[in-house]
Design a protein. Structure first.
Length: 290
């Protein structure tokens, strides 16, 4: 009889453990999220909470505009539960790949009023750099959180972005100059939000090269603006900025469009908020803000 009772107890414990294992496995199931590049990946990580695994398609230090996807990247997009990306021609390879995705795909440019390129920009039909406006980025964070079913997790990030917006408003309220000379036209949303004017050396595409005549006109415009700083970006060559700086007697400085962070930046703990504050400091110096 004692032997029978022991066997019954072991069977019962085994059955209970089996049920518990199934429940735990189900509870530990992760939502697999693919983000097209850094700002979307960082926002998804901030609002996703536990149980959300985020993969950034773009490796550290790479420029995301014309990314070429590997077969493994395409498979990750196809099999992900959720894919966050920006449409309007920002990353054509990603837009093509999401057409074959099995999970939910979310174009985070949809539903917002976008700036349109003044000239032909190839496949770009709108300015995608909405994340450089902290309040537009807060809207993106809310959409990501709602998609993931974690709306409650967005409030902390939204609060930080509102505080960042206030820092920019105060920091750029009283500046001697308003013209922000950039290597390409990626700061349209930021300058519009804070009453500045962008003077881009090229258009929206970072690979564009101005003709000699375009360069002459740009140099003349920079001189007439009285700008003392030419801002270049971290992921593309500073050669054009340095050329215009030599022609106009200006200095060069970094203004980071946050399309991706380098390995060195990530290793020192940089993120969207810290880099945006570095951008604010660079703008204040270049525009002689008080």
């Amino acid at each position: 009889m004692r032997t029978i009772l022991v066997l019954i107890s072991l069977v019962t414990l085994s059955f209970a453990a089996g049920c518990g294992g199934e429940s735990t496995a189900s509870g530990d199931a992760e939502t697999d999220v693919v983000a097209a590049f850094y700002p979307l990946a960082w926002a998804a990580e901030q609002v996703g909470g536990e149980g959300v695994r985020v993969r950034n398609l773009i490796p550290p230090g790479a420029e995301p505009h014309d990314v070429e996807l590997t077969p493994r990247d395409v498979e990750r997009i196809r099999s992900a539960d959720v894919v966050f990306y920006l449409g309007s021609g920002f990353q054509p390879a990603v837009e093509n790949a999401v057409e074959g995705a099995d999970g939910k795909t979310v174009d985070l440019l949809q539903g917002g009023k976008l700036l349109r390129p003044a000239e032909d920009e190839g496949e770009l039909t709108a300015d995608p750099h909405v994340w450089l406006d902290p309040l537009r980025y807060a809207d993106i964070a809310r959409t990501i959180a709602e998609t993931l079913g974690h709306s409650e997790h967005a409030e902390a990030l939204v609060g930080e972005l509102r505080a960042l917006d206030e820092e920019f408003r105060r920091g750029l309220a009283t500046c001697e100059r308003k013209e922000v000379v950039t290597t390409h036209a990626s700061f349209g949303y930021l300058v519009r939000r804070y009453g500045l004017e962008q003077v881009p050396l090229t258009g929206l595409s970072p690979e564009a090269e101005p003709t000699p005549r375009d360069l002459e006109r740009t140099v003349a415009r920079v001189r007439s603006s009285g700008a003392t700083t030419i801002y270049f970006e971290t992921l593309i060559s500073p050669r054009l900025a340095e050329t215009v700086a030599r022609e106009t007697g200006a200095e060069t400085a970094v203004l980071n469009p946050l399309e991706g962070l380098s390995k060195e930046e990530l290793d020192r703990g940089a993120d969207y908020l810290s880099v945006m504050r570095e951008n604010l400091a660079a703008l204040r110096r270049g525009l002689a803000c008080r």
